[in-house]
Design a protein around this ligand. Structure first.
Ligand code: ZN
Ligand code: ZN
Length: 376
């Protein structure tokens, strides 16, 4: 079956060289810069080169670049990373030794590395680099910094991923009826995403009844009953980019208390989206959602952040939490997902994906946020 949801981004090519140029500008033009930079985080490698494998490294100096990987990715790297000289690690040699030799050949004495490296990874690298007289220094997360604001190519892919999530929700609605098990809903969503050429961006959540009070509950064999809340939370990873969508629906007619919870969360969602614009801080939007829920006496039942950044990863950096102090910028893609969870009763979460634009937030997901009651 031909995938239907990747049309927009087809034909566009990703601006990998421009991204690497921006990275160089950020790293080598700073104060006391390293002589070379090593990027090994797979999501960052994908962003900078288009490489989709799980093992590789990019070495950058102010005027040269090398892509290193092992024989298992030899053919793949040649097609995906066509514009960078590729160095294949000899089969019977430690990768760190190859990295050290290459770094030395490029004339670098101080190598900057990403701060997200594991301690074991850093220790092994330091040992190999010491042997060739190169010092290693963690320099923060410059690629993640660039990834916060999406370029046009990324926005097209994120729109496609969001459209596919909308389509998957539409598709699974037929299962919102008594006697259907939670895990059947989750499997149907996953199967639908796979059939359209995507992968689930994370483990699909489908919970019902009192279990909707579990924000990250795993689907079980529990069968839906009349009067249940049902929450599904899932995302599509399509062409390298993620979406993330949550809806809570009611099987049958909603009770007064269910309506009260739903409308409070809906109000928090809509007010938060309205407030998003460049210059605002994530923590201000998070605080606003808490204020709205507080007005309904529900602030204590909202036990997570309002939203997160979306991109190559489903949690793609800073977003909308009490920690997010840096001003929002146009081109950031975020989820907005207020929720309330009442133990022993149930919970509601509504999640939209948005892009911040100069004039405010624009929706990427278009599934309605009105209360949906499934009374077959
Ligand atoms: Zn979600
Ligand atoms: Zn989310």
């Amino acid at each position: 079956m031909v995938p239907q949801y990747q049309n927009q981004a087809v034909g566009l090519s990703a601006p990998y060289p421009e991204r690497r140029a921006k990275l160089r500008q950020a790293v080598f033009a700073g104060r006391r810069p390293p002589d070379a930079l090593l990027v090994s985080n797979p999501a960052n490698l994908y962003y900078l080169t288009g490489f989709t494998g799980s093992f590789g490294a990019l070495l950058l100096t102010p005027d040269t670049e090398r892509f290193l990987t092992s024989g298992i990715y030899a053919t793949q790297a040649q097609s995906e990373v066509a514009d960078i000289p590729i160095i294949l690690n000899p089969t019977l040699q430690e990768f760190n030794e190859t990295l050290a030799e290459t770094t030395k050949q490029l004339g670098a004495r101080l190598l900057g590395v990403e701060s997200g490296m594991t301690i074991a990874g850093l220790q092994g690298l330091r040992k190999a680099m010491r042997a060739v007289g190169v010092r290693v220094k963690p320099i923060g997360a410059p690629v993640e910094q660039l990834r916060r604001v999406k370029d046009g190519y990324e926005l097209a892919r994120l729109r496609d991923a969001a459209a596919l999530a909308d389509a998957a929700f539409e598709h699974c609605q037929r299962l919102f009826q008594p006697e259907v098990a939670e895990w059947d809903i989750a499997m149907e969503i996953d199967f639908y995403l796979r059939r359209q050429g995507a992968y689930p961006a994370f483990d699909t959540i489908a919970v019902s009844g009192e279990r909707t009070a579990l924000p990250h509950g795993k689907p079980t064999e529990r069968r839906l009953q009349k009067g249940d809340f049902v929450t599904v939370d899932f995302g599509a990873k399509l062409n390298g980019y993620c979406s993330d969508l949550t809806r809570t629906v009611v099987i049958g007619k909603a009770t007064t208390e269910q309506r009260r919870l739903y409308y409070a969360v809906q109000e928090a969602l809509l007010r938060s989206i309205d407030a998003l614009k460049p210059g605002k801080r994530g923590q201000q939007i998070d605080a606003l959602a808490r204020e709205v829920l507080g007005k309904h006496g529900l602030a204590d039942y909202f036990g997570h952040s309002l939203g997160h950044s979306l991109g190559i990863l489903v949690h793609d950096g800073s977003g909308l939490s009490f920690r997010d102090k840096t001003p929002l910028e146009a081109g950031m893609v975020l989820t907005v997902e207020p929720g309330v969870y009442v133990p022993g009763f149930g919970g509601v979460r509504i999640e939209q994906d948005v892009v911040v634009t100069e004039s405010g937030a624009a929706l990427l997901t278009h599934t309605p946020v009105e209360l949906m009651e499934f009374d077959w």
